[in-house]
Design a protein around this ligand. Sequence first.
Ligand SMILES: NC(=O)c1ccc[n+]([C@@H]2O[C@H](COP(=O)([O-])OP(=O)(O)OC[C@H]3O[C@@H](n4cnc5c(N)ncnc54)[C@H](OP(=O)(O)O)[C@@H]3O)[C@@H](O)[C@H]2O)c1
Length: 414
Amino acid sequence: MLTDVSDDLPRGLRPTTTTSIPKDCHASPFDLRLQVGGGSLRYARHIGARVIATAGSPAKRDLLRALGVEHVLNSRDLSFAHDVRKLTGGGVDVVLNSLAGEAIGRGLECLRLGDRFVELGKRDIYANSPLLLRPFRNNLSYHAVDITRLIADTPAEAAAAFATVTGRITDGTYRPLPHRAYLAGRVAEALSSLRHSRHLGKVVVTFSGTEPVEVHQRADHAPLDPAATYLISGGLSGLGAATARHLVDRGARHLALIGRRGAGSPEASALLEDLDRQGADAVAHAADVTDRQVITRIVREAAEQGRPVRGIVHAAMQLDDAPLDELTPDRIRRVLAAKVHGARILDEVSRDCELDFFVAYSSVAALVGNLHQAPYAAANLYLESLMRRRRAEGRPGLALAWGGISTPATSPAR
Ligand SMILES: NC(=O)c1ccc[n+]([C@@H]2O[C@H](COP(=O)([O-])OP(=O)(O)OC[C@H]3O[C@@H](n4cnc5c(N)ncnc54)[C@H](OP(=O)(O)O)[C@@H]3O)[C@@H](O)[C@H]2O)c1
């Protein structure tokens, strides 16, 4: 941010003050009554609008009053809609919202006939939350605004808006927001205040010419044990195969790679040749990870051969994407099998192993869902809770929620 704007700072402003200039100043094309964000407040003042504001903590409400907001209500209490109607004798012209969940419905109730709801919050949009439509009988409109998208998709318009804001700061129309500057060495404190919503106004991280920034050297990872076996379910393709290569780069010399097709998996022969060239003994087991007997045997034999399993990566997955109304119990079971039953079996049969890690490959779909992938999202959620349970029991466990990754084996068809 600083480097983007520092060539063109409005006269008389220091960089820390400039970074506190609210980006919301770009975003308020409407008459405004109920507001979020100090930038919107500046804009509302500029156009002569009366503002009713909500905030979630007494300190923030005090700040809004100090900034001259006439009516300040509590956003944690959904009765604000009733109060707004009472204060205005019927409702407001524009609701500028960043509250989530039920508060959105309450916000819509604050509007008068034909007026506008401007959504700055992203949580419900990304969660694909439903919206009750009855308030729209009043000819209301709902606008979602994501400034990051505006900047990425329409950079010329965003630059023009920024120039307007800069002009209004230079001529004193907009004043910078209250802000607190932290030296870079205290960045953890700055982030913590944001995370716990303890900040008022903007949080700015700044560098002083005199105070050195503490830099921590990344700890070198201990090499893997060349005498141990590392087991990867789904290790003969895609991310599992990439993981096998990674473990060998890190010093692993014995791998048990599990997939139902075993060495017959399309990527297997190239993978096994590569690993062999690197001096690793990788065995492709044609096995189903849900077959307890077979998995037990693979783990037992590794121990009997003096190369006990010391690490597990559970990457096996089976997809079967479909809309909910086309799913059958069998189709759901098929998707759950590799991830859920496979994880449970690996968890149970490795109880006597001295594991350094147990990693389960989850997906961002567990967090945000994915169209046509309900069972897959559920299976990943199971993995994440199983890993939490392992950790609670003092055993290693880590779920990695990958985003979309393109590997040779991740063709669109799969
Ligand atoms: N690639 C991505 O973009 C992405 C994104 C988020 C999360 N992830 C996660 O990363 C992991 C690997 O993904 P990927 O894209 O690399 O998948 P992939 O190429 O489709 O590989 C999945 C592997 O699992 C094996 N498998 C399926 N069912 C099995 C079973 N019952 N027993 C044993 N092996 C079984 C398959 O081999 P067989 O068919 O021969 O059994 C295949 O080798 C998955 O857990 C996935 O959820 C991937």
